[in-house]
Design a protein around this ligand. Sequence first.
Ligand SMILES: Cc1cc2nc3c(=O)[nH]c(=O)nc-3n(C[C@H](O)[C@H](O)[C@H](O)COP(=O)(O)OP(=O)(O)OC[C@H]3O[C@@H](n4cnc5c(N)ncnc54)[C@H](O)[C@@H]3O)c2cc1C
Length: 460
Amino acid sequence: MTINGGISFWYATDRTATHQPPRAPLTGHATADVVIVGGGYTGLWTAYYLKTAAPDLRVTVLEQKFCGFGASGRNGGWLYNGIAGRDRYAELHGHQAAQRLQRAMNDTVTEVIDTAAKESIDADIHRGGVLEVARTPAQLSRLKAFHTAELAFGESDRELYDATDTRARIDIADAVGSTWTPHGARIHPLKLARGLAAACERLGVVIHESTPVTEIAPRRAVTPYGTVRAPYVLRCTEGFTAALKGHKRSWLPMNSSMIATAPLPPEVWDRIGWSDACTLGDMAHAYMYAQRTADDRIALGGRGVPYRFGSRTDTDGTTQQATIASLTNLLTAFFPLLTGVEITHAWSGVLGVPRDWCATVTLDRTTGLGWAGGYVGSGVATSNLAARTLRDLVLGEASDLTALPWVNHRVRRWEPEPFRWLGVQALYAAYREADRHETKTHAPQTTPLARLADRISGRH
Ligand SMILES: Cc1cc2nc3c(=O)[nH]c(=O)nc-3n(C[C@H](O)[C@H](O)[C@H](O)COP(=O)(O)OP(=O)(O)OC[C@H]3O[C@@H](n4cnc5c(N)ncnc54)[C@H](O)[C@@H]3O)c2cc1C
């Protein structure tokens, strides 16, 4: 029996999470030096670094449900060095600026691992790098181009494998090649979020859960229980941003769905390999991502229903049966020996997608309003870099981080409905069709349909 929803596998199987009562909500008007809306990685890391740098600063986090309710408690657990928009930032600010951004992301993976260790956060972190695999000739041509581009951004430690070497690492059916980077680790996402919230509280950050913010305005965050006034108000609401007044078309809430298998026995792992527990992805247009969990399951994700009309977001992660079936098919296409394996959990979450698919971190000093996000599917590490950058911006300290090209980037809003819905449906239909075509025909290059979809969407 598959448990469908229940926030996520990470939440449903973490007894300390399910049994901990929420932190107390706000109970009246309050003041702070910095108020942060959202208790995911972005909000919590920002609170953490602000309080570490300036212990006297009064920092309050307002979270509508509980810390880790959003993508930070539901994701695939790839802590890795990818950042949405790097190539666009190279176009806008030059290759060297984008290289600095990439280097900062590489360092961020280490920063998260080291800080988790320093704060005694046990998040099942295992640094096995990231393996991205091609299973068709067209995927292989994209993989090689991707590998070359990453080398040009300074990843001299990245490696390229042929079919034999790929399958020696992980026995994936039809694998024709792969690329591996050491700049990645497998994590238990919710344990990181919860550990981080506890670390913030130890430093003196005030966290109110069950406290939805209904309006963000200069120097105030309004909730049904009172208003928190502060010189700085930071919006860290990622995929939920569209629900805030005035932000319906800022970032599109994109769904991503996951399944987890029952723990697999040692004899299955002997055949699959995957002994270094690197995170695993592919080069399909509607790509998949997976990890070998600390308790020896496979957790695998990809796109289900990509977007709900009117920028609606789900609540508890309940996932359509068709999506569970298609992710299960994908799992067994990768690992045919898992045919019939028990899928114990299925869940979904939302991530924030800006119109130009570029992550950003911004502070408007005149209003005191700041925000970070739009990470698309790469926010586990990026949120940490964003948080350290927000810290420097709030404290008014010009630094290497505040000089990075994604700082204070502005982007136009998404189209109104129904164009937004129609556009996303068409985009993902095109990607699914392109994947089908490339698999069926063994086309050596990316199909023109997918190239067109990339150009129209602004994704590349
Ligand atoms: C299924 C899935 C898989 C993913 N896999 C990966 C991966 O493997 N690697 C990777 O790098 N990235 C991945 N991502 C993306 C990554 O998880 C996110 O980018 C990251 O967690 C964003 O953190 P955040 O704090 O900005 O947002 P969130 O974690 O979504 O936190 C936002 C918080 O704000 C709260 N909030 C929203 N509105 C309000 C309000 N009005 N008032 C008060 N509180 C509010 C929410 O309840 C939520 O807790 C994945 C995302 C999903 C959904």
